[in-house]
Design a protein around this ligand. Sequence first.
Ligand code: SF4
Length: 335
Amino acid sequence: MHFPITRGIVFQKQVAAVKAVDGVSFSVARGETLGIVGESGCGKSTLARCVLRLLDPTGGKIVFDGHDITNLSRAEMRPVRREMMMVFQDPYASLNPRKRVGFTIAEPLEVNGIGTAAEQKRRVQELLEVVGLSPEHYNRFPHEFSGGQRQRIGVARALAVNPKLIVCDEPVSALDVSVQAQILNLLKDLQREFGLTYVFIAHDLNVVRHISDRVMVMYLGKVAELANDRELYTNPRHPYTGALMSAVPAPNPALARQRKPIVLQGDVPNPINPPDGCRFHPRCPRSREGLCDVDEPQLRELGADHFGACHLPLEHWPMSEEELKHPAEPSILTT
Ligand code: SF4
């Protein structure tokens, strides 16, 4: 997904492009949760919008349930839209403050012409119960609910049309930690009950860990690392994942002492003009001149169900500062 940058008022000539998502390829199995994690601006939300066809990608292919939906028209997309819903980040902004929650949750049913008014009301009351609210809340306004309750309303709305896939875009980032756990547990319970598939986006590795089967780490529009949940957290191979992991508080003091924090230098580069070679090289403590700054690493298999895009992947975890800065010969050169 490249966003054009144009110049000129009349002719709008394209002079550059923001490569928000660049060459990202992944799959999500039915009933699975794929966590996508990265700093803000890494392209994870843009990627989610492409998956749902809320944005039309400038290249590549989106296959949903065996069907290529990349070029479907609006009318052709309508039945597909019922199968894929989204839960938004901000429960305060995503609900219309002037509409009663019953109306908000019933809206997808109304748009898709599902059921009579009485049936829709029954369905909404059932959904309110499913997400842990009371059916009597049907006539209330969003301001009468707490943040966590509003996010439950957002989840009920996403569930209204029995979707197969739900894309959760930072659904708990705006909530208190105690409420975050409640919403994550609710999402897990609903997944078990309805066989849902989730793409779960967050900037916090801890949150993603709680819910994901596999985790994909993104950096500046590219996939840095993709592995199953356990493998990624016990054996991160990409230095960027290592840096994110070292920022997560350790659960016990002994582990905290073992860990050497990896402090990244500088800011995320401008996606209009990403660095040559590895996009992470200006900030990477393992970067090697003549290799990382010229040769872009491709995503390759680093272990069972473990993929990474790095010439000098970490050998074990946690690493000492010395080990981190002086990697062994890159396997790409020795194999
Ligand atoms: Fe760091 Fe080089 Fe790996 Fe990029 S390819 S993450 S710069 S070691």
